[in-house]
Ligand binder design. Sequence first.
Ligand SMILES: [Zn+2]
Length: 206
Amino acid sequence: MYDYRNEHMYKFIKICEEIINDIVDLKNYDFVLDLSKIKEELGGNSIHLNRETVNALLKAQKELPDNDYRFIISSGYRSYEDQQKLNDLMKKELQKSHPDEWEKLLNDYTGGDDYLKYLRDTDLNKLSRMSHSSGYAVDIIGIKNISTGEELNLGGESKLDNSDRLDYYSKDTEIGKNRKILGDILKNNGFKNIENEYWHWGYYGS
Ligand SMILES: [Zn+2]
């Protein structure tokens, strides 16, 4: 059980961090939010990002091939406590599912315990923009047509293997073609992709 005072303090620190880093709530912007992972992994019900990144995403979204297309966003800014929760959860899951290589997989996907230590010791402004802790990194897991409800297939959930890469599928396949649409537009708008996760993008400015 949470100690009420600790939780109160935690929320207070989080709000301060958000103000300092100009972090805004995506519910006020024209995206589709998928909160399922945030609920499951962090117990949260909102997604935040740095304002500059939001503006760049809105601009990029306008370049999608249909006016009714919206990015489906599943994750954004993570506080230190969020990162700690995610690391603990992934560690438990990977130890069960991949007992021989959990440590390597954990390092690849959350950065593991070393990354937590790094976060504790580093000024937020000096973090890589590829890190969710910076407020500049976003996970885009789909593209949805808000009129028809249809979604462009980007390949869905992480398979924890090479097929998570942006360029894994040939451009002649449906997933390959859709990932190319996503990738080209984001790259043109100042975003860079992390190699092993087609959904993960950091904003570096145009
Ligand atoms: Zn991510």
